[in-house]
Write a protein that binds this ligand. Structure first.
Ligand code: MG
Length: 307
């Protein structure tokens, strides 16, 4: 069967720029893929690359999409090369959407993303009011001493029962990671640190494994497992902690599904600030495959309101 194919670009502005240790992010650029079959059924998919995180760049995705013919076969749709994982997701989810009925209801709780730095202290009440019981805060941007002072204040004011996730985006030294983990281990039982995400860069995998055995606070890999190939490699090398999975940059949805259904991993599905087309596909996968006892990382609508 032949499918007619179109690709459109989009740019969405964040309501406030998001600061991480990679810098400041204020515009989300991506692509929407539209496939139409011979019965005029329409399937859409989103390509939302995150090149500083390990996927292809927006430009690489655009170059690939632009050079495809206006009619595609299913073989072409399902043979996007592995070095374009966000494109694989976009084409794979557009193709899946052609055969999909209505979306299932979503039941998983979400984790809300706090602003970086001291702004978290003024922003948390609004997120708590929206019902979030899991919150995430980025670290590794300012000095450990300043961030740890804010962390102590935050832990003291959050509603008992809240789970706080810390995300260093690979930006800590070994010494700073140990300091943070000491502090997390000492946290009160009222507000727990659910996990520390990617304290060290992916190149320090062996040290990450060692660190995960030294402290009670769990560690999660994120940058280390950006693509399905990396996820498989870390699993095979014995990572037994948490895996953060960003489906939108993880390759073909069916390959990810197969991996997660074959291996009993503690997976937390998470957003890359997709718009609604990609978000719908990601949430469906999360509902199927993410650990049901953990909130999913899609509480980001207050950062990027998408019409
Ligand atoms: Mg992360």
């Amino acid at each position: 069967m032949q499918y007619s194919y179109q690709c459109q670009t989009y740019e969405h502005s964040f309501s406030h720029p998001l600061t991480t240790r990679y810098g400041t992010w204020s515009v989300r650029q991506g692509l929407i893929i539209t496939l139409v079959d011979e019965h005029n059924t329409v399937g859409q998919g989103e390509i939302a690359p995150l090149d500083w995180f390990g996927s292809e760049s927006w430009q690489q995705a655009w170059d690939y999409c632009q050079h495809l013919p206006s009619q595609l076969t299913s073989t072409e749709i399902l043979s996007v090369p592995d070095h374009l994982p966000a494109c694989q997701f976009g084409f794979g989810s557009a193709w899946a959407a052609l055969g999909a009925s209505s979306s299932p209801a979503l039941t998983l709780p979400m984790c809300g993303l706090l602003p970086t730095g001291a702004s978290a202290l003024s922003a948390y009440p609004a997120l708590e009011q929206q019902g979030y019981r899991a919150l995430k805060w980025k670290i590794g941007v300012d000095t450990p001493a300043r961030e740890q002072a804010i962390f102590r204040d935050l832990m003291a004011v959050l509603t008992p029962g809240t789970r706080l996730r810390l995300d260093a985006n690979g930006g800590l030294s070994y010494a700073a990671a140990c300091q943070w983990l000491d502090l997390c281990d000492q946290a009160s039982a009222d507000v727990t640190v659910e996990y520390l995400e990617q304290p060290l860069p992916p190149s320090e995998f062996t040290t990450l494994v060692a660190l995960s055995q030294l402290y009670q606070t769990p560690l999660a890999l994120d940058e280390s497992v950006a693509t399905l190939a990396q996820l498989q490699a870390c699993y095979q090398q014995g990572w037994s902690g948490i895996f953060i999975i960003k489906p939108a940059i993880c390759g073909y949805p069916n390959d990810l599904r197969q991996f997660c259904q074959t291996h009993a991993i503690d997976a937390v599905f998470s957003s890359v600030f997709e718009s609604k087309v990609g978000r719908r596909a990601c949430l469906q996968l999360a509902e199927e495959l993410s650990n049901p006892h953990r909130a999913i990382g899609f509480g980001v609508n207050h950062w990027l309101p998408v019409p």
